[in-house]
Design a protein around this ligand. Structure first.
Ligand code: IPM
Ligand code: MG
Length: 357
C-alpha cells in the first residue's frame, strides 16, 4: 500500500521524536512492501515563528488531504506570554477541531519490565493494569464560550462547559466499541453530583449502553476516579470521560505506568484518518539534547498503522520490538529509575527498536 502521512513536528523535543518514528516507519514499509510518503507541515511555536500563526491554513489543508497525521508536541516558554489566540496550544486544539477528531484513545498499561518505575505499592503493582482512556476531544470546557467581564466583585473571567446529546452519544459509542475489543467493561467518569453537563452525560451514556448489552457499564465520580486510579488501577478497562477530566486523568494514568514518555494516543473522528501523537508535551528543558524517549511517538505510529491503515501485523511488529527493547533492559533517562542502567539517547533508542523489528 501507498500512504501519505502528514508530519507535524512542532516544538521542543517534537522534531527528534517524530524523526525517530519516521525512521521506524521507513523500516516497516520496506519490510512489509509499503510506501509511506512523509509531508511536513508547520504547527505550534514553530509555525508562529515562521508565519505568525500557530495553525497555518496550509497545515490544515495538508492534514485533511493526507491519509493520516503524526504529531510530535507543541509549546514552550518562548511563546508562553503570547495572547491566547496566538499560543502554540491553539494550533493543536485547532487541528483537532478542523479534522473533527472527537475521540481520543489513550492506552495506559504497566509494562512488566518497567514495574520498578511504577510509583505504586508493590501489592498494587503485582495486580498489573491495562486500561484505555477514551477522552472526548472537541467539546466541553475546552471549546465553550470564555471571556472576561465585570462581575459582582470586580473583574472576573469565565469558561463554559457545554455538551450536546450528540457529542456524548458519539463518544459513548466509541467507548463501547473499544470495550468490545477488550475486556467488555466501561467506566464512565463524570461529576454528576454537581454539574448539569455531567447529568446529561450520565443519562446519555446509560441510554447508549443499552445498545451494548454484552458490555458492563458503571459510573464513577471524577474525584473518586482520581483516587481509584492509584488505589486499584486494575479495576479499569475502558474509561470514558469529558475533554477536561480526560486531560487530567490521562496524565495521572501515564504516571503510574512509570513514565509519561511511554504513552501513545490516537485521535479519531468520523473517518479513520486520525491524528497520532504521544500524550507528553514538548519537554523544552531537554530539547535538542538527544535525551528524549521516542517510545511514545513510535507507539503512536504503531497505532496509526493499526487504526488508520488496518496494518495489524505491521503494528504488532513495532509493539513487539518495543517490548523486546524494554525486556532487554535498554532505557532512556526517564525510565532508568533506580535500576543503575546507563541511559541511552533518543537516536540510540530508535536504533535499538529498529534492530528488533
Ligand atoms: C494533551 C495536552 C493538550 C490538551 C494541551 C497541550 C492543549 O495537555 O494533549 O493532553 O490539554 O489537550
Ligand atoms: Mg494533557
Amino acid at each position: 500500500m501507498e500512504k501519505n502521512i502528514a508530519l507535524l513536528r512542532g516544538d521542543g523535543i517534537g522534531p527528534e521524536i517524530v524523526d525517530s518514528a519516521v525512521k521506524v516507519l521507513e523500516v516497516v514499509a520496506e519490510k512489509f512492501g509499503h510506501t509511506f510518503n512523509f509531508m511536513p507541515y508547520l504547527i505550534g511555536g514553530a509555525a508562529i515563528d515562521e508565519t505568525g500563526n500557530p495553525l497555518p491554513q496550509e497545515t490544515i489543508d495538508g492534514c485533511l488531504a493526507a491519509d493520516s497525521v503524526l504529531l510530535g508536541a507543541v509549546g514552550g516558554p518562548k511563546w508562553d506570554t503570547m495572547p491566547a489566540n496566538l499560543r502554540p496550544e491553539k494550533g493543536l486544539l485547532g487541528i483537532r477541531a478542523a479534522m473533527g477528531l472527537y475521540t481520543n484513545l489513550r492506552p495506559a498499561k504497566l509494562y512488566p519490565a518497567l514495574k520498578d518505575e511504577c510509583p505504586l505499592r508493590a501489592d498494587i503493582v503485582a495486580q498489573g493494569f491495562d486500561l484505555m482512556m477514551v477522552r472526548e476531544l472537541t467539546g466541553g470546557i475546552y471549546f465553550g464560550e470564555r471571556g472576561r467581564r465585570e462581575g459582582k466583585h470586580g473583574p472576573e473571567a469565565y469558561d463554559t462547559e457545554a455538551y450536546s446529546v450528540m457529542e456524548v452519544e458519539r463518544i459513548a459509542r466509541a467507548a463501547f466499541e473499544s470495550a468490545r475489543k477488550r475486556r467488555k467493561n466501561v467506566i464512565s467518569i463524570d461529576k454528576a453530583n454537581v454539574l448539569e453537563t455531567s447529568r446529561l452525560w450520565r443519562e446519555t451514556i446509560h441510554r447508549i449502553a443499552e445498545e451494548y448489552p454484552d458490555v458492563t457499564c458503571t459510573d464513577m465520580l471524577v474525584d473518586n476516579a482520581a483516587m481509584q486510579l492509584v488505589r486499584r488501577p486494575s479495576q479499569f478497562d475502558v474509561v470514558v470521560t469529558s475533554n477536561m477530566f480526560g486531560d487530567i486523568l490521562s496524565d495521572e494514568a501515564s504516571q503510574i505506568t512509570g513514565s509519561i514518555g511511554m504513552l501513545p494516543s490516537a485521535s479519531l473522528g468520523a473517518t479513520n484518518r486520525g491524528l497520532y501523537e504521544p500524550i507528553h508535551g514538548s519537554a523544552p528543558d531537554i530539547a535538542g539534547q538527544n535525551k528524549a524517549n521516542p517510545i511514545a511517538t513510535i507507539l503512536s505510529a504503531a497505532m496509526m498503522l493499526r487504526y488508520a491503515f488496518d496494518m495489524m501485523d505491521e503494528a504488532d511488529c513495532i509493539e513487539k520490538a518495543v517490548d523486546a527493547v524494554l525486556n532487554d533492559g535498554i532505557r532512556t533517562a526517564d525510565i532508568v529509575g533506580s535500576s543503575g542502567i546507563a541511559p541511552i539517547g533518543c537516536v540510540e533508542m530508535t536504533e535499538e527498536v529498529i534492530k528488533r523489528l
